[in-house]
Design a protein around this ligand. Structure first.
Ligand code: GCU
Length: 432
């Protein structure tokens, strides 16, 4: 009897443990407990957005742009993502597919190799672009630029695609000739809406593992005597974002693409990436940051789900950030920035935050609160954003979506759902 009870109990516990995992709710990470109880998030005061370092109130869009924004940009760079180098002087593009009809003639396809360096093929990024077939030099197309966890031939059904290379679990580059767990993307839905689509594999820029430094682009920028980036220098997220700016460098050379109307989209760590890339490179007109969570749009001072302590633990994702970021793990309340400042740094350009109702680890409410706190900066520019009195929308409620600063939480977990893409298209049609 006793044994039966115990094993029933054990079964119940392990079932609930796996249900928690399934709902993205790990309970101890890197040795630190994770809080999911609203009563235990703690109290905090967010650092002031609309006051300059020397204590002057910011009351106009101009003061924001000229004074406060540069201050915050520098703080975010030094304390979180790290400084990155400018456009490389030897950057070059090789379009080996210059505009082939695709999807039954609905689209034209381009494949471009972006070389970051002059004399090596080790540092190249493969850029895939589809444009509506009617895009011309005088009627250039806007475009959604996605950054992906997989090589483009793995996520798009088009027999004309070059087979890329991806990093495997052992940290080796291998041919991307197998299916991925990331699923396929329906490109035609964008084309049908008159919007082009482009994508790159993030691993072409910098690998995504601890000790990946020797294989990526950051390594090539180490100064003599340096074995790793300095405390305020770029982590992998900034490197991925830097790669997106190199894609933008290409768009500026292609007359069929309207480089003034490019939206960035990425999910999870790549949601953090597009947020930072859009902040840092104002040539991007719009950002759609999916499930960006900690280190992205979710407030760091809220102790809910992942925290800086978890994400910046050297055993986990410190390599994605400037080493300085880890210094705030035990004193988040003293950090000079928080996520509402990242969100505000996008103003007045359109920013859509997409979250998931059971994505507890990423703290969807923390992203909502961040948007509410950042909203006054959008309002300085006369742009729409959640009101101070806004309440957290229920799953599937689109009432806060259609704003220059938009927020939307789908019913479900840590992913981008097919219906989310439909909403992104609506958002782009209105704001791009
Ligand atoms: C981990 C990490 C998150 C990140 C996510 C992802 O869960 O802790 O910060 O967003 O991976 O990239 O899927």
């Amino acid at each position: 009897m006793k044994i039966r009870l115990l094993s029933a109990l054990f079964l119940a516990i392990s079932a609930s443990a796996s249900a928690q995992q399934a709902a993205n709710r790990p309970t101890v990470v890197a040795g630190f407990p994770v809080n999911y109880n609203e009563d235990s998030v703690g109290t905090y005061t967010l650092p002031e957005l609309l006051k300059t370092a020397d204590g002057k109130p910011v009351t106009t869009a101009r003061q924001w742009t000229e004074k406060r924004r540069p201050e915050l940009l520098r703080l975010a760079e030094e304390n979180q993502f790290g400084k990155m180098p400018p456009k490389p002087k030897d950057l070059s593009f090789h379009a080996f597919d210059k505009g082939t009809p695709a999807f039954n003639g609905k689209a034209i396809r381009k494949q471009v190799t972006v070389y970051f360096k002059k004399d090596t093929a080790d540092h190249e990024m493969n850029l895939l672009i589809y444009l509506p077939a009617n895009a011309t030099n005088s009627a250039a197309a806007p475009l959604l630029m996605n950054i992906s966890f997989a090589a483009y031939n793995q996520i798009i059904d088009d027999p004309g695609l070059r087979v890329g290379e991806i990093w495997n679990k052992e940290g080796k580059k291998v041919k991307a000739d197998k299916p991925t767990p990331f699923g396929k993307l329906n490109v035609e839905q964008f084309i049908d809406a008159g919007i082009g689509f482009a994508t790159v594999y993030y691993g072409d820029i910098e690998p995504d593992f601890k000790d990946g430094l020797p294989y990526g682009i950051r390594k090539t920028y180490l100064k003599p005597g340096q074995t790793e980036p300095g405390a305020d220098e770029w982590g992998a997220i900034a490197a991925w974002g830097w790669g997106l700016s190199r894609a933008m460098d290409y768009f500026e050379t292609d007359k069929q693409i309207d480089s003034k109307r490019i939206a960035l989209q990425g999910a999870s760590r790549l949601g953090k990436t597009v947020l930072w890339a859009g902040i840092h490179d104002p040539r991007f007109k719009m950002v759609i940051a999916s499930i960006s969570g900690e280190g992205g749009a979710a407030l760091a001072r809220r102790n809910y789900g992942e925290t800086i302590r978890h994400i910046s633990d050297p055993s986990r994702y410190l390599y994605q950030f400037a080493p300085n970021y880890h210094g705030w793990a035990d004193k988040v309340n003293a950090m000079p920035i928080d996520a509402h400042m990242l969100v505000a740094l996008m103003a007045p350009r359109p920013l859509l935050l997409q979250t998931g109702s059971t994505d507890y680890w990423s703290d969807p409410k923390g992203e909502f609160l961040s948007a509410v706190a950042a909203a006054p900066v959008y309002r300085l520019f006369g742009e729409t954003a959640p009101a101070a009195s806004a309440t957290m929308p229920a799953a599937g409620d689109t009432s806060l979506l259609m704003n220059h600063l938009g927020y939307y939480m789908h019913e479900g977990g840590h992913t981008v759902l097919p219906e989310d893409w439909k909403l992104f298209i609506q958002y782009m049609r209105k704001y791009l």
